[in-house]
Design a protein around this ligand. Structure first.
Ligand code: CO
Length: 652
């Protein structure tokens, strides 16, 4: 394959001729995208409105899970992470799912025992995961061994990552040079990797390093090469182009509302840039625009307050200056600020490469970036001219013991000896695969949590997150009431909040003008609006056409394969019908989707029998017969979307 990107006469239509070697794209919007920009707070209900359209684009895969999602969902959103997989699978039927797996750290923050690792991967595969993008912070692939065995056993795609890091301003130097990366790629191919991902989590990869690097990898291994390069430093769109010229197979991007800043470059400009070339993605730019419109109007308003807008610049040039992840630098600044030592930031920048070198030039990615960062601050604040490493953190001790794996170069032996003095596991570092020193932990977890973990999925969640996991299981099974903070905000909330802020800014938050009040209709809904310390109870009554203001109901992505979901204004679901003349009607108490009818026309029912299961806000609700009688008419079918007040059945 020639590396020249060639042009054919332009044809903008969606059915343009297929390119010889189209660049494949993985979309990250609903995992890395909202993890990078919106603190991983994206709710499943806000993914559903675009899910079916996303499935139509032709992505190589959609990243739906992993990284911080598992933690954030059960902790802050009162959502079962396993359920997200099953729910999204109902809407995304063609495009494979990908997840970010922290190898032996699974989706948590330490090395877990093998029994838990096997169980986690097996259950993820069963729940719908297709591609396991696996990484280890030290690029020590012994930490892959267990999960890879299970990925293969489950018949799924094993994507091995090489964490991209530098010790110099550009690719090269003693450690992280071309040989290092080709060696790691060969090791992954030998382990059975179905594809290899270059994971540039800090956005350090320069375009003219990407070119020779991708070329070398393409020569060294036969499996597809996938590039994951964060935008943080601003280089990634240029890096993408050079990688494409070098023959990269797959690129990671986000939909525009989830793109740029510390996230990834957007897909739309790339699609246009490649249009008509031999690497044309073949994507329909209009379909992408349609998805953007839904996200902009129906979803993003609920999240925009989470966007860090403290800076005007969307690029962090400190990353270019220090070859260090942006998140790590802001953590350092916060730590120093808390200790009232912000004036020491320049010393921290100088100390950081020294600490990293002492610790074996490890890549800087979760969790190693925190390990190096915290130790650096400790050194700057506590070391004396006579003594270095006066305060060594527990994690540095673990790292020195070998609990994270093998470092790129040996750890400074003096530091290692000092760190392991009196270390409870032993003063001699281990050289084996770290998980070999860990006791099985599933049974112990089961004994602790007891019947609160109803199935293996519950148990795995608890085993990785004992505290928040237990709390979540108590919410899930109705043992305790979840706090208001984990409840979703709605578009009504957003609208009211925006209006009040606008009024307040204009100095108009005064006595309301006396106008004749219209009567409240049945559709009136109550909202609590909080602005800082002020509180307003607000009644909202839609006027005119039935309005779909909140996104929870999967309106735009109903399971029926009929006409494509339309861009806002959203097509209203079937409007409430008038009461049937003869019989008692069963009404939808909320908008939602019919999962299934438990009774059919002609069946006799007793008051309280379940007639239909309605899914709303991801919860399945059993709706029961309001009286004894015979089911006269069934108004909908499985997968139908219904409005609040719709007649679901007539009983007489
Ligand atoms: Co990432």
């Amino acid at each position: 394959m020639s590396d020249q990107v060639t042009m054919t006469p332009l044809n903008y239509s969606a059915d343009r001729p297929k390119a010889i070697n189209p660049v494949k794209i993985m979309d990250l919007s609903i995992r890395d995208g909202h993890q990078s920009l919106f603190a991983t707070r994206g709710r499943t209900e806000d993914m559903i409105p675009v899910a079916e359209l996303m499935d139509e684009v032709g992505f190589w895969a959609i990243e739906t899970w992993g990284g911080a999602t598992f933690d954030t969902m059960h902790r802050f959103l009162n959502e079962d992470p396993w359920q997200r997989l099953r729910t999204l699978k109902r809407y995304i039927k063609k495009t494979p799912f990908s997840m970010l797996l922290r190898a032996q750290n699974l989706v948590g923050y330490r090395n877990y025992a093998d029994d838990l690792a096997y169980a986690f991967v097996e259950r993820a595969a069963e729940n719908g995961m297709d591609i396991f993008r696996t990484f280890d912070a030290l690029n020590d692939y012994r930490n892959f061994e267990t999960v890879v065995k299970q990925i293969k056993k489950s018949g799924k795609h094993f994507q091995g990552c090489i964490c991209y890091t530098l010790t110099e301003p550009r690719l090269g130097g003693e450690v992280y040079n071309l040989e290092y990366y080709t060696d790691r790629a060969k090791a992954l191919e030998e382990m059975g990797a179905d594809s290899i991902c270059l994971k540039d989590m800090a956005g350090l990869m320069a375009p003219y390093d990407a070119y020779p690097l991708i070329k070398a990898l393409k020569q060294a291994v036969g499996v597809p090469i996938h590039l994951h390069s964060h935008f943080t430093s601003g280089m990634s769109p240029m890096t993408h182009l050079k990688a494409i010229e070098a023959g990269v197979d797959i690129i990671d991007t986000c939909m525009t509302p989830y793109a740029y800043r510390t996230s990834h470059a957007a897909v739309e400009p790339l699609v246009m840039a490649l249009l008509g070339t031999n690497r044309d993605t073949g994507f329909d730019i209009k379909k992408l625009a349609e998805i953007n419109e839904i996200l902009e109007k129906q979803v993003m308003p609920k999240y925009k307050h989470l966007l860090d807008d403290s800076k005007v610049s969307i690029i962090d040039i400190n990353v270019l200056l220090h070859q260090t992840p942006g998140g790590m630098l802001s953590n350092l600044v916060n730590q120093l600020r808390e200790m009232d030592a912000l004036d020491k930031i320049d010393e921290v920048y100088k100390e950081l490469p020294r600490v990293r070198k002492d610790l074996g030039q490890i890549p800087l990615v979760t969790p190693t970036s925190q390990i190096v960062g915290v130790q650096t601050v400790n050194n700057v604040l506590h070391d004396t001219p006579g003594e270095r490493y006066k305060m060594i953190t527990g994690q540095v001790k673990d790292l020195c013991y070998g609990l994270y794996g093998k470092t790129a170069v040996p750890i400074n032996p003096e530091l290692q000896a000092k760190a392991l003095k009196g270390y409870p596991r032993g003063e001699q570092p281990i050289t084996c695969r770290p998980a070999e020193v860990l006791e099985p932990e599933l049974e112990k977890a089961k004994a602790e949590i007891g019947d609160l973990a109803v199935d293996m999925d519950d148990l795995i969640l608890y085993a990785q997150f004992p505290v928040t996991g237990k709390k979540f299981l108590e919410w899930k099974y109705g043992k305790t009431e979840p706090p208001a903070s984990v409840k979703p905000i709605t578009m009504e909330d957003v609208k009211k909040r925006d209006e009040l802020v606008k009024k307040a800014l204009a100095g108009k938050l005064v006595e309301p003008k006396q106008v004749e009040k219209p009567p409240k209709s049945q559709a009136v809904r109550k909202f609590n609006v909080f602005i800082d310390d002020e509180y307003f109870a607000v009644d909202v009554d839609p006027t005119g056409q039935p309005q779909i203001v909140s996104a929870p109901q999967p309106v735009a992505a109903a399971a029926n394969p009929g006409p494509k979901p339309v861009v806002a204004p959203v097509a209203a679901p079937p409007a409430p019908e008038p009461m049937a003349a003869d019989g008692t009607v069963l009404l939808a108490p909320m908008p939602g989707m019919i999962v299934k009818y438990e009774r059919k026309a002609g069946d006799s029912v007793k008051k309280g029998d379940t007639v239909v299961i309605l899914e709303a806000m991801k919860m399945e609700n059993a709706l029961t017969a309001p009286c004894d009688g015979t089911v006269q008419a069934i108004k909908f079918a499985s997968g139908d979307t219904v409005a609040k007040g719709a007649v679901l059945a007539v009983i007489s």
